[in-house]
Design a protein around this ligand. Sequence first.
Ligand SMILES: Cc1cc2nc3c(=O)[nH]c(=O)nc-3n(C[C@H](O)[C@H](O)[C@H](O)COP(=O)(O)OP(=O)(O)OC[C@H]3O[C@@H](n4cnc5c(N)ncnc54)[C@H](O)[C@@H]3O)c2cc1C
Length: 338
Amino acid sequence: MISVTEHASLIGLNTFGIKAGARYLVQLDEEKDVQEFLSSPLARHQPLLILGSGSNILFINDFNGVIVHPRIRGIEVESSVSGHEVIIKAAAGEPWDDFVGYCVKRDFGGLENLSLIPGSVGACPVQNIGAYGVEVSGAIEKVEGVDLQTGRKQIFSSKKCMFGYRDSVFKHEWKDRLLIMSVTFRLTRNHVFSTRYAELERELDNFAETSPDTIRQAVIAIRRRKLPDPSDLGNAGSFFKNPIVSKDKAASLLRTFPTMPRFDAADGQVKLSAAWLIEKSGWKARKLGNAGTYKKQPLILVNHGNASGAEILELAKQISRTVMNRFAIPLETEVRIV
Ligand SMILES: Cc1cc2nc3c(=O)[nH]c(=O)nc-3n(C[C@H](O)[C@H](O)[C@H](O)COP(=O)(O)OP(=O)(O)OC[C@H]3O[C@@H](n4cnc5c(N)ncnc54)[C@H](O)[C@@H]3O)c2cc1C
């Protein structure tokens, strides 16, 4: 049975720890709850927002509508396609890192670089989560969901998901329309590891061998050192995307800043480090009221306690403006502002 709370608090449902409320919070615990929700008047109430664990969302106001929160659990090893691959399906409400741990424990490779990313399985395709040289799109076989407008089941092959850098169709035409119910992954048994990332390579020197398990341990160690734990300091990870600029723009910046970090991107473009741009714009470890940039990583905006969503947004705007004035580069937010 669906559980509906009127005037619900969202403080435990967003990792920024913002004190926002929702007019209605609908929690779905089983697959059949979706049909019950669709036949209730709440399904026609607007606006509607789908919420996972709230680790990529900033609430700047109370949400005067319906929040649908899928908590459906379950992991199924569907088939062992060949001796080398395994197909595994996880329900939307599975905590992402528990699922990665489940796979690594069974020596299924492909997701280990994405260890310790907060959030739910259902959200992983939405922004095509990525870390340490790996994007989840590389392991996704299909995404299944329900169209909340028609009630019809929809299956998206990896191609149909239109994955890009922190992007997919689920952030555009299917946003708050497709309720992702499960994600199916194609994982490996004969592993090809991605360890090009210099910091990861160095961390792996502490281990005698490279395996999904040691990569997971290395990634967890790096992330624990570098990133704030949302239960101690509210945050939603990187607030901005790394900007992608033309080769000419990058070349002109490099004449002034020869050591500027840069990476090859698609179509001959160049990806710059948003953290570097922000730091060079004078925003390292700064505070603005109760909001601030994290001392070890200025790309992460933090709630120093009791910050409102509007305060965090004001900080983000000021950072964007300074980066624009200094480098003529617009910053795009990675976090969804609601
Ligand atoms: C400390 C920290 C570190 C992080 N590090 C990384 C990182 O390294 N790489 C990275 O990519 N991200 C990172 N993130 C961001 C975040 O963890 C991911 O974006 C994660 O996938 C969000 O999951 P969620 O369940 O919290 O989604 P939410 O924040 O609840 O939602 C995010 C988006 O997905 C949609 N959504 C959620 N569930 C569903 C569903 N079932 N069906 C349809 N739409 C849905 C929402 O509507 C929203 O648009 C980090 C966040 C934190 C706090």
